[in-house]
Ligand binder design. Structure first.
Ligand code: SF4
Ligand code: SF4
Length: 290
């Protein structure tokens, strides 16, 4: 974090322990599956696992991009694991998950950005777990948006389509090199145009130097593109080598943003220091039934 900045009391890592967590971890190892919950040392892990929610990271743990806020390894990824869809489907069944978020690293090395593998995973999960709701948290598929969206058809259409803008446009060059603000907005809009009934969702990390006005402008942009749900959380620096925290937004500020977001017409706004893209995703999605 920036010199002189102290971590405030409301940021307390919650202990990732609780009944069932060890069992879940063992099963994930058995199926060679990675979760963001573990990889990102998410402070909500105990709570989410206990509620039957988890965020799986498909397509490997090596990313073709290098965002300076992110702790994922950078390099040349492996080809998609053909066993992954079945392993995911089986582990979700054994864990009895009611809601799963499927996400991936950026795969700029693949012609469809990895969207075809997303679709194969969704189909396999649905076949084995017809009552589990599925949210896809996708990368930006930059330069491959159309071919990527072509993959999400039939049983591979998620219950929620999530793509995070992460930060305000002014900070893109520093925070999301290789990404494009307008392109990310356009991806959300293009999905909505194809599947108007499927809720879309996006999120921002706060604390990287953005102003309140800039955050409000992004929220308006999202609503203009028909985005339904929003998550706002505090950025926490994974290590000293990552971007510093410039500011800790206060609980009152998070509350105020939630109220404004609701007034803007988002169907759900999760806003709070420890909110992550998939935090309470099941409750956010409300009464979606399949
Ligand atoms: Fe996993 Fe998301 Fe819950 Fe964190 S908030 S534990 S990443 S499901
Ligand atoms: Fe991390 Fe995503 Fe950036 Fe890759 S593209 S480095 S996974 S934030």
């Amino acid at each position: 974090q920036a010199p002189g900045l102290r971590k405030p009391d409301w940021i307390r890592a919650r202990a990732p322990v609780g009944p069932g967590v060890a069992r879940i971890k063992k099963l994930l190892r058995e199926y060679r599956l990675a979760t963001v919950c573990e990889e990102a040392q998410c402070p909500n892990l105990g709570e989410c696992f206990a509620h039957g929610t988890a965020t799986f990271m498909i397509l490997g743990d090596v990313c073709t991009r290098r965002c300076p806020f992110c702790d994922v390894a950078h390099g040349r990824p492996q080809p998609p694991d053909p066993d992954e869809p079945v392993h995911l489907a089986e582990s979700i069944a054994r864990l009895g998950l009611r809601y799963a978020v499927i996400t991936s690293v950026d795969r700029d090395d693949l012609r469809d950005g990895g969207a075809g593998h997303f679709a194969t995973c969704l189909r396999a999960i649905r076949a084995r777990n017809p009552n589990t709701r599925l949210e896809c948290l996708v990368p930006d598929f930059r330069g491959r948006e159309s071919v990527a969206l072509d993959q999400f058809t039939g049983e591979a259409i998620p219950d929620v389509f999530n793509h995070n803008l992460e930060t305000v446009p002014r900070l893109y060059r520093e925070v999301r090199p290789g990404a494009d603000y307008r392109g990310s907005l356009a991806l959300l809009q293009a999905f909505k145009a194809r599947h108007p009934a499927v809720p879309t969702k996006s999120g921002l990390m706060l604390g990287l130097g953005e102003t309140q006005d800039e955050v409000l402008a992004v929220m308006r942009d999202l609503r203009t593109q028909g985005c339904d749900m929003l998550t706002l959380g505090q950025y926490l620096q994974p290590s000293r080598d990552h971007l510093p925290v410039r500011r800790y937004w206060t609980p009152d500020e998070f509350d105020a943003l939630r109220r404004v977001g609701e007034e803007m017409g988002f169907s759900n706004v999760a806003s709070g220091a420890l909110v992550r893209s998939s935090y309470h995703a099941d409750q956010q999605a409300g009464n979606l039934v399949r």
